[in-house]
Design a protein around this ligand. Structure first.
Ligand code: PXG
Length: 443
């Protein structure tokens, strides 16, 4: 261990099995943060590091917001915990009402989970149960897409399209899942916003339906922008075509908006930014700006109504911590900040500046693509032969040394700043990446 500060040298790093991390490499050279305010982390060595990824696509309101902190503190003092099974407290009712007010028209029913992974598995089960309650119980198949990420539970891993995340579990994943091809096309390189080519890739759905029959298919799930597998922006017309095909065949369309929700694309949800009406929306992350774990599913009214006809429990599903008081308090305070500070509008206003900054990386060593939508973007580097992802990882490490946190996603570096970002933060973020590529290009 090469710890240079008292906090790190006093820590025993051995026992924490870190998620999705090369534990040995990390523990040899740890990156530990001690505090965070607004756009910046302070590391345990006392260095200021710009948070260029809203930490993990979450912290849309920026760090250390007093209003959220105070709401959590107050809630913990008043009612630390009450479950939502045959018991209630006001938090989830108030938060669901607020979310319903932000959701697309006709989507007013909110089910709470604790994470995006749980939201995805909840949406899959909701789709199955919905078809069954309507007497279409043969609709059990799901259609996902290559390079989409839907969390890590068995359902989400099964419909997900990231090979590395599936490999170790392949034999135990859910049966009855097909994957559409991903939408990343070389001819769209350096597209600003939605790329022009690729709407026709949605027609593959017709082929899958012809093979398996619509009466056996419950839902199609996609992330409108596939973020963690490399920031893939949907081609113009692609999602519209998926919607049209699903509607024609009675198949539900699930938008996984765990990253694209809460203003990331300059509107509450990608559905609104892109003008497409899904049947179910999954959310998490930005709903509390990352402060307390919370996720959920927003359902179209007709879906809830299909369940609500009889007596007894409508949906045999739920988590001990669905609607946890602390999470709901944090969520309410976060959504108030988004509204009062017009952060979704500010994200939209900054989009052009962010786009120009990212595309200015074109022409620097190893850069093969730049792409963006809303306040999400990426620069893709040519992979070093035989070492996929290594070059982007090294650029990420050098950016950290220079005070900027981004995320290597395959051979791309992803950018996803908090929505409070100003042009100077964009300059610092993208400028540092440019400096690393220019002054010390990794071979
Ligand atoms: N769906 C999408 C679209 C996500 O991005 C999840 C579901 C799962 O959410 P939870 O809260 O269970 O993690 C996510 C999560 C990465 C990375 O590599 C991305 C996520 C999580 C961890 C790493 O960029 N997104």
């Amino acid at each position: 261990m090469t710890a240079r500060d008292p906090v790190t040298s006093s820590l025993n790093l051995r026992h924490y099995w870190m998620p999705f991390t090369d534990n040995r490499r990390f523990k040899e050279k740890p990156r530990l943060v001690a505090s965070a305010r607004d756009m910046y982390f302070i590391t345990t060595e006392g260095r200021r590091v710009l948070d260029g990824l809203a930490t993990l696509w979450c912290v849309n309101a920026g760090h250390g917001r007093p209003r959220i902190i105070e709401a959590i503190r107050r809630q913990a003092g008043e009612l630390d915990f009450a479950a939502s099974f045959n018991l209630g407290h006001e938090g989830p009712f108030r938060l669901a009402e607020r979310i319903a007010g932000l959701a697309p028209a006709g989507m007013r029913q909110v089910f709470f989970t604790n994470s995006g992974s749980e939201a995805v598995d909840t949406a899959l089960k909701m789709a199955l149960a919905y078809h069954r309650v309507r007497g279409e119980g043969t609709r059990t198949r799901f259609i996902g897409r290559e390079r989409s990420y839907h969390g890590v539970n068995i359902g989400g891993t099964s419909v997900g399209g990231v090979g590395a995340n599936r490999k170790a579990y392949a034999g135990a994943l859910m049966p009855g899942v097909n994957h559409l091809r991903h939408t990343h096309l070389p001819e769209n390189a350096f597209s600003k916003g939605q790329p022009a080519q690729g709407a026709n890739l949605a027609d593959e759905l017709e082929r899958v339906i012809a093979l398996h029959d619509a009466a056996n298919i419950a839902a199609v799930i996609v992330d409108p922008v596939a973020a963690s597998a490399g920031v893939l922006i949907p081609p113009k017309g692609y999602l519209e075509r998926l919607r049209e095909i699903c509607s024609r065949h009675g198949i539900l369309l699930i938008f996984d908006e765990v990253i694209t929700g809460w203003g990331r694309l300059g509107a509450p949800f990608a559905a609104q930014r892109l003008g497409i009406a899904p049947d179910l929306i999954t959310f998490a992350k930005g709903v509390t700006s990352g402060t307390v774990p919370l996720g959920g599913v927003i359902a179209r009214d007709e879906i809830y109504e299909a369940f609500a006809g009889g007596r007894g429990i409508e949906f045999f599903h739920g988590y001990t911590y669905s609607g946890h008081p602390l999470a709901c308090a944090a969520g309410l305070a976060t959504l108030e900040i988004y509204e009062e500070e017009n952060l979704f509008g500010k994200a939209l206003a900054l989009e052009g500046y962010f786009e120009s900054a990212i595309h200015a990386l074109q022409g620097l060593p190893h850069v093969v693509d730049c792409r963006n939508l809303g306040l999400i973007g990426a620069v893709e580097l040519e992979p070093r032969p035989g070492e996929p992802g290594a070059r982007a990882y090294e650029v990420f490490e050098q950016c950290w040394e220079r005070g900027v946190f981004v995320r290597p996603v395959g051979d791309a570096l992803a950018f996803c700043p908090p929505l409070i970002a100003q042009p100077m933060h964009v300059d610092e973020l993208v400028g540092t990446v440019a400096d690393v590529l220019r002054s010390n290009p990794p071979s």
